[in-house]
Write a protein that binds this ligand. Structure first.
Ligand code: FE2
Length: 435
């Protein structure tokens, strides 16, 4: 890279047009593809939407690079059997709540961000461009001269342990737990793990790309603000030693040798960019009278489906916040929903499950599967003196989808499934006291 100080600068905004050059004068002015680009760089376009998508949804970026990305060797099959794609409808799945203890690092396993990816549950179909996968990564080593391209979906990365340094074709993102990153479909990247063993969650989104939700009566401020999303500035690797390219394409993995680095973009402009976002900048909104609103009030990003208001996937966070409601039960009440909920915990405690839900673990409440506060949370919330209370040092999140999540064989047979999960409600007795 040109220099650390330069490469870790950011540009603010989500879906905005950005223009950046690592070498002054490298970005053509007024033309996307001049007959000869400055410094004899190759222009190359990446389109994240169909050409004719509505203007407000249209995303594309022009890159000016030392070699076009078509320069690569032949692809050979590559084995990554634990990163599966879409839901396996043959799986017999009881309509029960499910929970996993923290997914452990595998003893002795040396895995990078790609090899250490494990699909826990998924739905939809990448070729049909609908649905999402919910994954965890267990990365113990950096991708040094290895780059990855996902043709099947964009990746929303939620680090839980360890910082990630994500080098992309468009520049470098430094992402720590509490922050998230969104990596566009088709953009090459590699991940370094400077803090050692690193774990986190990923939403692989096969559907419409994530965007900020509409705010309706909230108005023009609140929830996640566009200016807090940070795109990298242009940066390129000077060295030209060989690379291995790994590509996910149609649910299968492929590898090809490359003579040089894919991170050779000297300048770019466009609105299809990787971004990172720090959840401390999320402006929570909640009740200041009684009851609590639906969790949609915590939506950071949404991937819409073709039915208005019924998301392919919402990314929802439960960050530190004040609870001030009077004469009410503050945690989420017992419920069963049309939408399916995959939850993870980055740090701290989740207020509806103070004991059993641990950072690095996961829970799954599929469509119309009842769930809610465990016995301990119910007792406390029913009797507590309702003073203003700060929920602090906590960050839970949800990938919420209109499609049922189907756990993978890894999730059912290898990952630490909490087989006693449903017992957390067993002590809720019939306490009806007939007058
Ligand atoms: Fe729920």
């Amino acid at each position: 890279m040109t220099s650390t100080a330069d490469t870790l600068r950011y540009q603010s905004g989500f879906g905005n047009e950005h223009a950046t050059e690592a070498v002054p004068g490298a970005l053509p002015q007024g033309r996307n593809s001049p007959q000869r680009a400055p410094f004899d760089l190759y222009p190359e376009l990446i389109s994240g939407t169909a050409f004719t998508a509505p203007r407000h949804e249209n995303r594309r970026t022009w890159m000016y690079r030392r070699q076009p990305s078509v320069v690569a060797g032949r692809y050979q099959p590559y084995a990554q059997p634990l990163w599966t794609t879409g839901g396996d409808r043959e799986t017999a799945l009881a309509p029960e709540p499910m929970r996993w203890h923290p997914i452990p690092f595998e003893p002795g396993a040396e895995t990078d961000f790609v090899d250490g990816m494990r699909t826990l549950a998924a739905n939809g179909d990448a070729d049909a461009q609908c649905g999402v996968g919910s994954l965890v990564y267990l990365a113990t080593k950096s991708m040094d001269r290895r780059a990855f391209v996902n043709a099947d979906g964009e990746l929303l990365v939620v680090p839980q342990q360890g910082r990630l340094v994500i080098t992309t074709e468009l520049g470098v993102l430094d992402v720590k737990p509490g922050e998230i990153a969104v990596l566009p479909r088709g953009l090459a990247f590699k991940v370094a793990v400077p803090d050692g063993p690193s774990r986190g969650y990923v939403c692989e989104n096969y559907g419409a790309q994530f965007r900020l939700p509409e705010l309706g009566p909230i108005g023009s401020n609140g929830l996640a603000n566009a200016r807090d999303f940070l795109a990298p500035v242009a940066a390129y690797e000077d060295s030209n030693a060989p690379y291995e390219l790994v590509k996910k394409f149609g649910g299968r993995f492929w590898r090809a040798p490359a003579k040089g680095t894919p991170f050779n973009v000297v300048a770019w402009h466009g609105n299809l960019t990787p971004v990172k976002y720090d959840t401390v900048n999320f402006m929570t909104i909640g009740s200041i009278s009684f009851d609590h609103p639906d969790p949609s009030i915590f939506t950071v990003l949404t991937s819409p489906s073709d039915t208005p208001g019924t998301a392919n996937c919402d990314f929802v966070i439960f960050p530190p916040r004040w609870l001030v409601m009077e004469d009410t039960f503050r945690p989420p009440w017992y419920h069963r929903n049309l939408m399916s909920e995959f939850m993870g915990l980055v740090y701290g405690e989740y207020d509806a499950k103070p004991g059993g839900f641990k950072p690095g673990g996961a829970s799954l409440h599929n469509a119309m599967v009842p769930h809610g506060p465990d016995e301990e949370a119910f007792e406390k919330a029913s009797t507590v003196d309702l003073k203003p209370q700060k929920l602090d040092n906590t960050l839970a999140f949800m990938f919420e989808s209109r499609y049922r999540f189907i756990p993978t064989a890894f999730a059912l047979n290898t990952a630490p499934l909490d087989t006693g999960y449903a017992d957390c409600w067993a002590g809720l007795k019939d306490q009806f006291s007939k007058p």
